[in-house]
Design a protein around this ligand. Structure first.
Ligand code: SF4
Length: 246
C-alpha cells in the first residue's frame, strides 16, 4: 500500500501523523503511541452447544441458514454467516448483524463496516485478507444487545468457524463481543491491552472498540488505533514463535 493511501486510512481513524520536514512519512507501526504492555489474562469460557461440531464450511453454512435454535430466526431477513479468507491469520469477531447486515447478509457493512475496513487498511490488510464474523448470526430486533440464551445457542457456530479458520490472532470488536467471548462482565477498558486465551484451545484474543461506538465517540479512535498496534505487535511475536500467553 502506498504511504498516501495508508495516511488516508489513518486519517479516517482520527490518527494524526506527524512528518518531519525532509523525511518520508513513518510506517503505520510508528505513527502512534506504543500500545500498552501485554499482560496475559486467561478467561473462563461458556460451554458451547454441539450444534456445529465437526461440520465443514458448506455444512456449517447450510446449518446456520436453516437455524431456528433461538427466537431471532423469526425476525431475521437472512442469516449473516461470516466473510473473508477462510485461512486467515487474523479473525475479527463482532456482536451481531445490524439492519444493513441483515439486508445484505454480510457482517460489518454500512458506516461502521466502512470504518472497520479503514482500520484494516491502516493495518495493511484488505477486507478479504481477514475473516470477519459475529457472535450472533441473526439480527436482534431494534439492534438490542444479544440475550445470553441467544449467544449460548449460537456459540457453537462461531466456535466451529474459529476452528475451521484456525487464526493466529482473534480481535474481539466491541464490548458485547468481548464480554460474550470471554464470559465476563469486565469493562472493555480493562480488557484492552492484554492477550486473553479463548476457549480450551487458548486462541490468543485481544479486544478493541466497535466501529459503531467510534462513530459515536470519535475521540476514542486513537485508543482503537493503539489496540490495533498492540494486536500487530502480538501477532509479530506469535509469528516469531514467542509465547504470548501464560
Ligand atoms: S442467532 Fe444463531 S442460534 Fe439464533 S436463530 Fe440465528 S443462527 Fe440460530
Amino acid at each position: 500500500m502506498t504511504d498516501a493511501r495508508r495516511l488516508a486510512y489513518l486519517e479516517a481513524l482520527g490518527v494524526d501523523v506527524y512528518v518531519r520536514r525532509g523525511l518520508a512519512p513513518p510506517a503505520a507501526a510508528t505513527t502512534a503511541a506504543t500500545a500498552a504492555a501485554a499482560e496475559p489474562a486467561v478467561a473462563d469460557v461458556v460451554p458451547s452447544p454441539a450444534a456445529a461440531a465437526g461440520l465443514d464450511w458448506a455444512a456449517l453454512r447450510t446449518a446456520v441458514a436453516a437455524c431456528t435454535r433461538c427466537t431471532l430466526h423469526a425476525t431475521r431477513t437472512q442469516t449473516v454467516f461470516g466473510v473473508g479468507n477462510r485461512s486467515a491469520r487474523w479473525m475479527f469477531i463482532g456482536e451481531a448483524p445490524g439492519a444493513e447486515e441483515d439486508r445484505q447478509g454480510e457482517p460489518f457493512v454500512g458506516r461502521a463496516g466502512q470504518l472497520l475496513t479503514s482500520m484494516l487498511r491502516a493495518l495493511g490488510f484488505a477486507r478479504e485478507d481477514v475473516y470477519i464474523a459475529n457472535v450472533l448470526k441473526c439480527r436482534p430486533p431494534g439492534n438490542r444487545d444479544p440475550k445470553p440464551d441467544e449467544a449460548a445457542q449460537c456459540r457453537g457456530y462461531l466456535e466451529r468457524q474459529i476452528e475451521l479458520v484456525a487464526p493466529a490472532l482473534i480481535v474481539a470488536v466491541g464490548r458485547i463481543a468481548a464480554q460474550n467471548l470471554l464470559a465476563t462482565d469486565t469493562a472493555l477498558a480493562r480488557l484492552r491491552g492484554k492477550v486473553h486465551a479463548l476457549g480450551p484451545r487458548g486462541w490468543p484474543l485481544i479486544v478493541t472498540y466497535h466501529p459503531a461506538y467510534l462513530l459515536r465517540s470519535p475521540g476514542e479512535k486513537r485508543k482503537a488505533w493503539q489496540d490495533l498496534l498492540f494486536a500487530r505487535q502480538v501477532f509479530a511475536r506469535l509469528e516469531a514463535g514467542e509465547r504470548v500467553l501464560p
